[in-house]
Design a binder for this molecule. Structure first.
Ligand code: CA
Length: 235
């Protein structure tokens, strides 16, 4: 059970998402505007916030910086625009993840689990914590091993950390800045990310032109997905 706060002015979406998450066993608070949402955040202390960017009283990025000034709570931004520049900007401004509308509740719930896992909190059960599977790729964070279709990969510590991070966020484009922050825990020299990704690509056996696992989104970042077993992402 995760305590979620939804800040969303569209009553149809707010009600539908609230019901869907409640039906999955989560506790949900909701607010129809930004300042009410901020107040609820401070009084209700939710574990995750779903933040609509288009609110009537305050812009989403403004509210995001106010939330960040007050709390470390994971924030998932819900945006109507699949605008890569905007998304990178929001991730840099402290959003933990994003969903593009219309999104389905199962996808949202997966994103909630991913941000909580990264935040080191709950919302994760023992079995999914043990192994991360992305198509034919299996990553075992406890044993620090990874294999593709049963073929064990020989990875350095950093390569494993990068792969494990990508595998805990399958099907999501991760910026180099985010990898630096989460894996290297620093914010400079994005070049080092490229170097390690190219080594990792070689060990995964990926072809640069038509990769199976590491998919580069030019100017945005990298996404892990098994092209031979693509995930059923919602349209
Ligand atoms: Ca809206």
């Amino acid at each position: 059970m995760v305590h979620v706060l939804i800040i969303e002015d569209d009553p149809g979406i707010r009600t539908a998402v609230t019901r869907a998450l409640q039906a999955r066993g989560h506790a949900v608070d909701s607010a129809a505007d930004g300042l009410t949402g901020l107040q609820m955040l401070l009084t209700q202390n939710p574990e995750t916030v779903i933040l609509d960017l288009g609110l009537p009283d305050i812009t989403g990025d403004r509210l995001l910086s106010m939330i960040r000034a007050a709390s470390e709570v994971p924030v998932i931004v819900a945006t109507a625009r699949d605008d890569e520049g905007l998304i990178v900007k929001l991730l840099d401004a402290g959003a933990d993840d994003y969903v593009v509308k219309p999104y389905d509740p199962a996808h949202l719930e997966a994103r909630i689990r991913a941000v909580l896992r990264r935040a080191g909190g709950g919302g994760d059960d023992e079995s999914s914590r043990l192994r991360l599977k992305v198509g034919g790729l299996t990553v075992d964070p406890a044993r620090r091993t990874a294999d593709i279709d049963g073929r064990v990969l020989d990875l350095t510590r950093l390569e494993f950390d990068v792969l494990a991070y990508l595998a805990s966020n399958p099907g999501r484009v991760i910026s180099r800045k985010e990898l630096l922050r989460e894996v290297w825990q620093r914010t400079d020299s994005a070049r080092t990310v490229d170097v390690h990704l190219s080594w990792l690509r070689r060990k995964l056996g990926d072809n640069v032109e038509s990769p199976r696992f590491l998919h580069v989104h030019r100017g945005v970042g990298i996404m892990l997905e098994d092209a031979e077993h693509p995930a059923g992402n919602p349209a």
